[in-house]
Design a protein. Structure first.
Length: 332
């Protein structure tokens, strides 16, 4: 189940829902939808969001977005209250238009973009009374820009979603592949991705879930490193340089192809201690695709499981990192 979200940090990815109070309609006519869309566009620009997907239904809306700055609550307050005040004046309907607070899911990274994007874009077809027969036929959705390039708007980050492509449905064109991916869900309804969400609102790997759970509890990551900083305390460069110094290798060696242990450890620690996305890590590691980052981190996990001496090595490295003064961390 989605929950009110108050966790904010730079680079966080969210699936957001905002529903009408007591299930009431949030739009009555297309003029309302146009005003809602205009308000969303202004919010995206004002708060610097990367909006990957959206859809306006009759009594609720969905957003898939990434916040380069920790400003989700401020942006949603600006967006929803601005529209609600306008709606009340236009339709002479006092009182709360939306439920008390938006809800949603916190998503680990771009490896979930396609799955969640499809979930958002198929919403008009999944209601008791479908709003359209095909997602491209529902005009109040970002899918129209994915279906036809000429319909794109400059405040939706289409390329950010499409760049998360890793071969689904085949073919060399990610835009066409995404359309096929979405259309495959029309006849054969895909599983709701959020049924796998931990605690009903965290969608990601076990490591991601554990990191967020520790952060919420205010606990250190492990007894061996009591000085462990909280999520997003370190920059990627701090982690990479510490690993390079620990192993006595050049920092630049991490961007060279190969499966050397220092490079894999740098990827593994960066996933644990920073908020860098898979795409950002792939670029820093000289990888052609973000999925390759996971290959490196799995290599470290396998080595940890097989070698106690390697576990101790990682603990020494993390202890050394804990002595570094990190930049200002994230906030909730």
């Amino acid at each position: 189940m989605a929950r009110p979200l108050r966790i904010e940090y730079a680079g966080a990815v969210y699936h957001i829902t905002a529903r009408g109070n007591a299930r009431q309609e949030i739009v009555i006519e297309d003029g309302d939808r146009r005003r809602l869309e205009e308000g969303l566009a202004r919010t995206v620009v004002r708060y610097g969001w990367e909006l990957l997907a959206f859809v306006f239904m009759t009594n609720h809306l969905h957003l898939l977005l990434r916040t380069p700055q920790p400003n989700l609550s401020a942006g949603m307050q600006y967006f929803l209250s601005g529209y609600a005040n306008w709606f009340a004046r236009r339709h002479q309907r006092p009182g709360h238009l939306f439920q008390s607070r938006f809800k949603g899911h916190l998503i680990e990274d771009e490896s979930y973009f396609w799955e969640v994007g499809r979930y958002v874009h198929l919403n008009p077809l999944r209601t008791r009374r479908p709003l359209a027969d095909h997602p491209r036929d529902w005009p109040w959705s970002s899918y129209r820009g994915y279906a036809r390039r000429r319909d794109r708007v400059d405040w939706v980050a289409y390329d950010a979603l499409l760049s998360a492509w890793h071969g689904q449905t085949g073919g060399p064109d990610p835009a066409r592949a995404y359309r096929k991916f979405v259309e495959a869900g029309i006849e054969r309804r895909p599983e709701n991705p959020f049924r796998r969400a931990a605690f009903g609102w965290l969608l990601g790997s076990d490591e991601f879930v554990d990191r967020l759970r520790r952060r919420l509890a205010g606990e250190p990551s492990r007894p061996a490193v009591p000085q462990q900083r909280r999520l997003s305390s370190f920059t990627t460069e701090q982690v990479f340089q510490a690993v390079a110094d620990f192993y006595g290798v050049a920092r630049e060696s991490f961007s060279v192809r190969g499966g050397a242990t220092p490079r894999a450890v740098a990827a593994w620690l960066a996933r644990r201690l920073t908020t860098a996305t898979l795409g950002e890590l792939a670029e820093n590691l000289g990888l052609t695709h973000y999925a390759s980052v996971s290959n490196l981190t799995r290599k470290v996990d396998r080595q940890r499981a097989a070698s106690q001496s390697f576990q101790r090595e990682l603990q020494r490295l993390e202890s050394r990192l804990a002595t570094i003064t990190p930049p200002t961390g994230s906030r909730e």
